[in-house]
Design a protein around this ligand. Structure first.
Ligand code: EPZ
Length: 428
């Protein structure tokens, strides 16, 4: 079984460049299907979820080619509106093609999306919203068949500021023959990036970044070139890695602008953080202080995707850190694995209390979701000795060149087989 083999206990020092945002690139790639044209999308991370979005575009009849971190997408020959279930089921973001297909064809045939096992993750808010714009939705034998012969304007208020549902409203509304006013919209920065891409395609959208977005549908759309925003969750993950290990790192191509609550928590824990125009640095010396309360929330609150990496950073902090996970029903799967490193964590309902320990020990652990697997890597980096993290296909979904970046910061990490204690002698 493939695993990341990590010889932990070293500080992280150095400078790395942060990649483009997975959660911005995916809705932007879906948007290219909304209008048949040629698109150039730069700073697209080389991760499996982006590759899968490309497979979906190609399954619909389009073409995608990569040169470095730039994707060239041609959707002029997209002719199909049905996405194979084998592709739909491999990530959550496959559901974002719904809105683009409704705009393009007035029809879409999907199945339930996949994605990290974080709870039920229904798509009722997505389907209710597109129905408000004139879509009929029929659930038949596992398929979701959507027909929208005449998409029209609507006033929509989301029961919860769902990121994906907000993105599907934008993708559908640009094809409406009227104005859509969306209230209680999610405000995550990745939604703004999608909105700016749609504006680059010619869409008429106002209110991006607020909880009320107005889309005047029917504006003529065209091809576009765009550069994806920096991945703020990757930024936060590497800041947590250095906080936990100790050291001094500089992350370029990012500025920490969209992760204020994360920077606040790391500062409270005793890290020294500096933000520049295009760089954020973190220095961590000595034992961290526990952070009394970290509650995840929709943007601009503490990002749920950073809950697990932050927990790893605080495993050795002096005192008790308390986490409240308010977004997903089941986002503590990493806790049982973190305990194998000697971490002391108690979970009660949607809360977790971490009692900092003096030291962690190496362990063989298994990742079961993207950010949970990242937290296991961050714990292994702190544990003196040789650990192994399996389930790294989850990491490949959302972190571009993770090992390479960590090695550039001084970590001893490589990919290997058979994590049963026989570690390869050719460790890098
Ligand atoms: C996006 O997922 C992100 N994924 C997630 O990142 C992120 O954790 C999440 O937003 C919250 O910020 C992508 O952008 C590809 P939601 P999404 O709809 O859109 C419930 C990562 O690690 N809900 O805001 O699925 C849902 O069950 C991933 O990169 C409904 O009940 O998140 C959840 O409890 C993990 N009905 C809550 O809302 C719906 O129709 C938030 O979900 C939709 C959502």
């Amino acid at each position: 079984m493939e695993a990341l083999l990590i010889d932990g206990g070293r500080p992280l020092k150095g400078c790395i460049a942060i990649s483009g945002s997975k959660n911005a690139a995916l809705p932007i790639l879906a948007a290219t299907v909304a209008h048949g044209a040629q698109y150039t999308i730069s700073r697209c991370p080389a991760i499996t979820d982006v590759a899968l979005a490309g497979e979906i575009i190609e399954a619909l009849g389009g073409s995608v080619s990569r040169r470095g971190d730039t994707l060239r997408v041609d959707t002029r020959n997209v002719r199909r509106h049905a996405i194979p279930g084998s592709l739909m089921g491999r990530m959550r973001a496959s559901v974002l093609f719904l809105g683009a297909l409704l705009t393009r064809f007035g029809a879409a045939a999907l199945t339930m999306p996949g994605g990290c096992p974080l709870g039920r993750r229904p798509i009722d808010l997505h389907l209710d919203a597109v129905a408000r714009m004139g879509t009929s939705v029929v659930l038949r034998e596992g398929s979701i068949l959507c027909e929208a012969p005449a998409l029209h304007g609507a006033a929509i208020e989301l029961l919860f500021p769902s990121v994906g549902a907000t993105e599907n409203v934008l993708l559908t509304a640009v094809g409406c023959g009227g104005t859509v006013v969306l209230q209680n919209a999610a405000r995550e920065p990745e939604i703004e990036d999608l909105g700016r891409f749609l504006q680059a395609m010619g869409a008429d959208i106002a209110g991006l970044g607020t909880d009320t977005i107005t889309i005047r549908g029917g504006a003529p759309l065209h091809g576009a070139s765009y550069t994806v925003m920096a991945d703020r969750i990757e930024t936060a993950t590497f800041l947590c890695a250095c906080a936990g290990c100790g050291g001094d790192v500089a992350l370029t191509g990012t500025d920490g602008k969209y992760i204020g609550p994360v920077l606040d928590a790391l500062t409270d824990a005793g890290c020294e953080i500096c933000r520049g125009r295009d760089t954020v640095t973190l220095r961590s010396e000595g034992r961290l202080r526990a952070v009394s309360e970290i509650a995840t929330a929709p943007y601009p609150g503490f990002p749920t995707d950073v809950q697990a990496p932050m927990m790893a950073a605080l495993l050795r902090a002096r005192g008790e850190s308390r986490f409240a996970e308010t977004i997903f029903e089941r986002r503590f799967a990493h806790v049982a694995q973190l305990r194998k490193f000697g971490a002391e964590i108690e979970v009660v309902g949607a809360g977790a209390t971490v009692r900092g320990v003096e030291a962690l020990r190496p362990a063989l652990v298994e990742g079961t979701d993207l950010r949970g697997a990242a937290s296991l890597v961050l714990a292994a980096l702190q544990a003196p000795g040789e650990s192994a993290v399996t389930g790294i296909k989850h990491l490949r979904r959302g972190y571009d060149k993770l090992e390479e970046k960590l090695r550039a910061l001084g970590a001893s990490i490589c990919t290997g087989k058979n994590p049963t204690g026989n570690f390869p002698s050719d460790r890098v």
